[in-house]
Design a protein around this ligand. Structure first.
Ligand SMILES: C[S@@+](CC[C@H](N)C(=O)[O-])C[C@H]1O[C@@H](n2cnc3c(N)ncnc32)[C@H](O)[C@@H]1O
Length: 209
């Protein structure tokens, strides 16, 4: 099947299925409700996180995603939630929002798929107000050498089938390298998923002034 058709028709279905499995939903419930104030979500397509935000703590919600198919789901989720979300089709490498305009920025299972994670993290830092928080939950490079070896081997086959998803990207280390201070960090393999795709890292980082 042509790459475009695969990416438009099949990948969104795969993403909805993989990203909604119970172990992943449990991790989302640990991270997403921590968001406070004006919230921005990177790669908000699918809208799967929207029901998990604490409505008493979030004052506004905005997000971007380049996929029209997944963005349609995000719009439906906003409607179901009944909040006036600002949702734009855009990439994280050029986020169409002003500097220091959010109290919390959220990324879940998106840094694996962006073209330039360092650029995206720099953009997240730019739109976050000083003292604001980055919440992250991502899969990535496993800490065990044998698993990491298989991640390197499988990634070239995996990436074109799954919308550009990488297996070998560092998560918390990349957040630190982008100039955030990681305040809380956790990680583990989730059950029921092969270890090469099952290493999860999540946490809270702040933007120093
Ligand atoms: C695996 S899905 C995760 C979706 C959602 N964040 C979640 O937690 O379920 C990866 C998402 O990243 C989006 N994406 C891909 N490239 C991107 C980029 N350069 N900037 C922002 N989002 C991107 C995809 O369209 C897709 O919605």
């Amino acid at each position: 099947m042509a790459g475009g058709l695969w990416d438009r028709l099949v990948v969104p279905r795969l993403i909805r299925c993989a990203c909604g499995q119970p172990e992943i939903m449990e991790l989302r419930r640990q991270v997403v409700p921590l968001a406070r104030g004006a919230v921005f979500e990177l790669g908000c397509g699918g809208g799967i996180n929207q029901p998990l935000y604490d409505g008493a703590a979030v004052t506004s919600f905005a997000g971007i995603d380049p996929s029209p198919q997944l963005m349609a789901d995000a719009r439906n989720a906003a409607q179901a939630r009944g909040w006036p979300a600002t949702l734009r089709e855009a990439v994280g490498e050029a986020i169409p929002f002003d500097d220091a305009s959010f109290d919390t920025v959220v990324t879940t299972y998106t840094l694996c798929s962006v073209a330039d994670p360092a650029r995206v993290l720099a953009e997240l830092r730019r739109i976050l107000r000083p003292g604001g928080q980055l919440l992250f939950l991502e899969h990535g490079r496993a800490p065990d050498a044998d698993v990491a070896k298989w991640q390197r081997r499988i990634e070239p086959l995996w990436k074109p089938l799954l919308g550009g998803c990488h297996l070998t990207r560092p998560v918390a280390d990349a957040v630190r390298a982008a100039g955030f201070a990681v305040e809380r960090q956790d990680g583990r393999y989730i059950p029921g998923t092969p270890r090469f795709a099952g290493w999860m890292e999540w946490g809270v980082a702040s933007r120093a002034a």
